[in-house]
Write a new protein. Structure first.
Lengths: 115, 110
């Protein structure tokens, strides 16, 4: 069965410093993995996705994530945090059941950016 | 191209009342999904549809019903609302694997 664990429920960084949001997954086959961002009182916006092509995936707004099969990880990074990055971030693994793709969500990491 | 839209944005219900949430997408996607989001729990799948006229249960279907009479619309119904259904509801659609989300409906059941 597929599952995903976000290792930190809250992360605080200073503006201009690097961001690291950690995600580990469990999958019985080569997974598709996603990161979504949710700004306050908004819907979920796709940041990036990994679908078995390049292991380093670049997304929007300067974010990127690296798929590491040996570590079963898909951590999200950004070199320099901006105030507008303050939001909740969800790591998602896609699973196929009964011929249908379904998402399994992590519990989310709330990113706080300090001025 | 509006993407995925949800109606209403916010609603307050009394226990026992009924209501319908509407999700509409203009991307001609086959798959549509309803989720609920509760603090500290991520999003949980309520019901989904793999095409017009089809629906299936997700992880937390109890107390909800759905219909997909038209490809572009996916309705979520609460027949008799309970305080435990206070949540934020998100709809999503997808052509295959990647899902695109609506802005959400905030529901408060008193």
């Amino acid at each position: 069965a597929q599952s995903v664990t976000q290792l930190d429920s809250h992360v605080s960084v200073s503006e201009g410093t690097p961001v690291l949001l950690r995600c580990n997954y469990s999958s019985s086959y080569s997974p598709s993995l996603f990161w979504y961002v949710q700004h306050p009182n908004k819907g979920l916006q796709l940041l990036l996705k990994y679908t078995s092509a390049a292991t380093l995936v670049k997304g929007i707004n300067g974010f990127e994530a690296e798929f590491k099969k040996s570590e079963t990880s898909f951590h999200l990074t950004k070199p320099s945090a901006h105030m507008s990055d303050a939001a909740e971030y969800f790591c998602v693994v896609s699973a196929v059941t009964s011929g249908t793709y379904k998402y399994i969500f992590g519990t989310g990491t709330r990113l706080k950016v300090l001025a | 191209n509006a993407g995925v839209t949800q109606t209403p944005k916010f609603r307050v219900l009394k226990t026992g009342q009924s209501m319908t949430l509407l999700c509409a997408q203009d991307m001609n996607h086959e798959y549509m999904y309803w989720y609920r989001q509760d603090p500290g729990m991520g999003l949980r799948l309520i019901h989904y549809s793999v095409g017009e006229g089809t629906t299936a249960k997700g992880e937390v279907p109890d107390g909800y019903n759905v219909s997909r009479l038209k490809k572009q619309n996916f309705l979520l119904g609460l027949e008799s609302a309970a305080p435990s259904q206070t949540s934020v509801y998100f709809c999503a659609s997808s052509p295959q694997e990647t899902q695109y989300f609506g802005p959400g409906t905030r529901l408060l059941v008193l």
